[in-house]
Write a protein that binds this ligand. Structure first.
Ligand code: AHM
Ligand code: MG
Length: 343
C-alpha cells in the first residue's frame, strides 16, 4: 500500500502495534524494541540537524555555552540507542561499532541481541552530507546460560528484524521483520514517523552503479571489467549507467532501494576483507534489500549465509537490484576462472 494521497495518516507506533496484532501469540516485545529505536532515532535526528551549531561550540571533551560537555555525534547516537534499548528490559546485549566488546544491558534474561552502527558515514557530518543509523536484531538462544560473544555470532538469516534511519533532506526510517520493508518519514512538525510505504519493492534492474572509483587500481580484474561494462553505450540495456557515490552506506543503499542499481564495496589491497562490517552494516542492509526483491553477495555467497567468526568482522559486499548483481557476478566468475586457468 502506498500511503501517498491517503487522508489517513499512520504513525510508526500505530503501524507497529497493528503488525503485532496480526500475530495472536505475540508478546509485543519486538514491537517495543522497534518503538524504542524509533524514539532514539527522533532524538538523534534532532541533534544531527543541529550538528553545524555544535561544531561551532566545540569538539568532544570541550564545553558548550551552558557549561555542559559536548559529545561527538556518533557517541551521542550510541548512547541514545543503547539507553533506549536498556529502558524496556528486553534486550540482553548490544554490539555496536562504537564499542570493542559486547555491551551487557540490565536485562540479563532479555530475549534479544541488537547490533548497531549508531552513526554510519560519520566522516560526512562535518560537510552536511546524509548519514544514518543501522540496526540488526537477533533472538538469543535461550538454552544458553552464558551470555557471551558466541551467543551473538549468528548468521544474517537468523535476524528477526533489521532497519536503518537515514538523516537526509528528510529523516527516513525503514525496517523489516521478514514480511516486507516498511518506510516512514519523520514529520518534524508533529515529531512522528509517518508511513509512506508498507511493502516497498525495488526495481529488478537499475542504471546506477555506486562504489569508490578512486580505488580502481586495487580491484580484481572482474570488477574492473564490470565497471567498464557499466560505462559502455548500449540503448537496449540503458547504458552507460550513472555513477553515484555518497560515501554513506545508508544513503547509497536507500537510493538503491528506491531507484535500483548496484552498490559495491569490494575487497582491495587496502581492505583485503572489504571495509564494511558484516554484523551491523552488511547483514541488516542485505535483509532490507532482499525483502524488497534485491540480492546481496560477498562475491561468491549470499551475505546473510556467512557464518560470522567475530563481532566486528568485515566483508566485501555487492548489493542491489537482482539483474545488476547477477550480471556483476558473471564478470567476477568469468575473470576469476581466467586468472586461475579454470575454463
Ligand atoms: P564508518 O562506519 O566509519 O562511517 O565507515 C563506513 C562508511 C560507509 O558508510 C561508506 O559506504 C564507506 O564507509 C565509505 O568508505 P570510503 O570512504 O572508503 O569510500
Ligand atoms: Mg559504519
Amino acid at each position: 500500500m502506498n500511503n501517498k494521497g491517503n487522508k489517513r495518516v499512520i504513525t510508526l507506533e500505530e503501524f507497529i502495534i497493528r503488525g503485532q496484532n496480526r500475530f495472536p501469540g505475540a508478546t509485543g516485545e519486538l514491537s517495543q524494541l522497534l518503538r524504542d529505536i524509533g524514539l532514539a532515532a527522533k532524538i538523534i535526528s534532532r541533534e544531527v540537524n543541529k550538528a553545524g551549531i555544535t561544531n561551532i561550540l566545540g569538539e568532544e571533551g570541550s564545553q558548550n555555552i551552558h557549561g555542559e560537555s559536548v559529545k561527538k555525534l556518533d557517541l551521542f547516537a550510541d548512547d541514545q540507542l543503547i539507553s533506549a534499548l536498556d529502558r524496556s528490559n528486553i534486550t540482553c546485549m548490544v554490539i555496536s561499532e562504537e564499542n570493542d566488546g559486547i555491551v551487557r544491558l540490565s536485562a540479563d534474561a532479555g530475549k534479544y541481541i541488537v547490533y548497531l552502527d549508531p552513526l554510519d558515514g560519520s566522516s560526512n557530518i562535518d560537510v552536511n552530507v546524509s548519514i544514518g543509523s543501522i540496526f540488526s536484531v537477533y533472538m538469543r538462544k535461550m538454552d544458553k546460560d552464558v551470555l557471551g560473544k558466541e551467543e551473538a555470532l549468528q548468521p544474517g538469516v537468523k535476524q528477526v528484524a533489521a532497519g536503518y534511519v537515514l538523516y537526509g533532506s528528510s529523516t527516513i526510517m525503514a525496517y523489516t521483520t521478514g514480511l516486507g520493508v516498511s518506510v516512514f518519514t519523520l514529520d518534524p512538525s508533529i515529531g512522528e514517523f509517518i508511513l509512506c510505504n508498507d511493502d516497498i519493492k525495488m526495481p529488478e534492474y537499475g542504471t546506477v552503479y555506486s562504489l569508490n572509483e578512486g580505488y580502481y587500481n586495487s580491484w580484481d580484474l572482474g570488477l574492473k571489467k564490470y565497471i567498464k561494462y557499466c560505462q559502455v553505450e548500449d540503448n537496449a540495456t540503458k547504458r552507460p549507467y550513472k555513477a553515484r557515490y555518497i560515501g554513506s552506506m545508508v544513503a547509497d543503499l536507500h537510493r538503491t532501494l528506491m531507484q535500483g542499481g548496484i552498490f559495491i564495496y569490494p575487497h582491495s589491497s587496502k581492505y583485503p576483507n572489504g571495509k564494511l562490517r558484516l554484523m551491523y552494516e552488511c547483514n541488516p542492509l542485505s535483509f532490507i534489500i532482499e525483502q524488497a526483491g534485491g540480492i546481496a553477495i560477498n562475491g561468491e555467497n549470499r551475505i546473510m549465509e556467512i557464518e560470522p567468526r567475530s563481532i566486528h568482522q568485515r566483508t566485501p559486499i555487492y548489493i542491489g537490484s537482482k539483474q545488476n548483481v547477477l550480471k556483476l557476478k558473471e564478470f567476477l566468475d568469468t575473470y576469476s576462472e581466467e586468472a586461475t586457468g579454470v575454463s
